[in-house]
Design a binder for this molecule. Sequence first.
Ligand SMILES: Nc1ncnc2c1ncn2[C@@H]1O[C@H](COP(=O)(O)OP(=O)(O)OP(=O)(O)O)[C@@H](O)[C@H]1O
Ligand SMILES: [Mg+2]
Length: 325
Amino acid sequence: MPRYRYLPYQFNMEVTPAVQINHLVKEFPSPFRKSRVRAVDDVSLAIMPGEVYGLIGPNGSGKSTTMKALLGLLAPTRGSCHVFGKNSMKTDSRQEIGFLPENPYFYKHLSGEETLRFYAKLCGMRGKEVQNRVEEMLEMVSLQDARKRRIGGYSKGMLQRIGLAQALIHDPRLLILDEPTAGVDPIGSRQIRDLIVDLKARGVTVFLCSHLLEQVQEVCDHVGIIFNGKIVKEGRLEDLIAIEDQTEVVIRNASSRTLARIRAVIADAENAEFVRMGKPKTTLERLFLDEARKSDALANASDHAETAATAAKPGNTNEQGDPHA
Ligand SMILES: Nc1ncnc2c1ncn2[C@@H]1O[C@H](COP(=O)(O)OP(=O)(O)OP(=O)(O)O)[C@@H](O)[C@H]1O
Ligand SMILES: [Mg+2]
């Protein structure tokens, strides 16, 4: 059920940030050196309720360490992290959080359904509530057919999806996803992105990190770029990727005469300079998904045709001559 459709800060009301990280520093001891490894170096950021925030950066730049500090799994060397105003080092801050780690680990002998039931009970649910929630989550991540299979036999994409279901089982207000689409095929990735968009519409705050920049661009409204533990750029995605001194115009069915006239207008305008004209491009990912959809539709159509042809064959009748018996 939607928690709230309109966010309080859209009406200029005071709201507590879902995530507030203040001057976070995290150092680890280095086994072979006297100096320590500084994984996170003075990171500050705030995420308002209902926002989807993407942290991007190269391997080893401090993304997972920042997330673990926010979850209270690592104690900050300096600085602080708060979740809905509660200090991350206090256990009650975690009640509001769902977490999908980088490499989720589950008990391999349990089935998907048993795993979710286990987490639901860990979160304090009992009786019918457990069953209802498990059903809802299995449907949400499309694992109903694999519910009885042991987790040990799940593929990478299935593990990622059961991990997501586990993270959402207690209906958290903040979802932290450490590379949610790692190892997932493009169709599975699309489902995960759709799910994030759906959660955002329901008012859930999402903090994620990913190496798949195109996906980050599709779902995130705020982005932070981290290098060597430092945030080097941060802000609204729209602002960060806009090329301030350029304007894009997309026209459908323009004749070559219209295009020539547009170019002439630009050539006449003071200061304006013609940069480029051409066809807008789709992404390779969209192309792949479209083709996958078409192949699915073709396969379904030929399945139907085959079933109909088999049923209609003269030999395919029972003793009474009824082809459908
Ligand atoms: N428990 C630890 N002990 C020692 N060093 C650590 C520990 N955890 C992380 N580090 C170091 O901190 C730095 C940041 O690691 P982190 O896992 O946060 O990077 P990341 O941005 O998540 O990278 P990736 O994209 O590969 O997941 C790395 O140099 C890493 O080796
Ligand atoms: Mg990481």
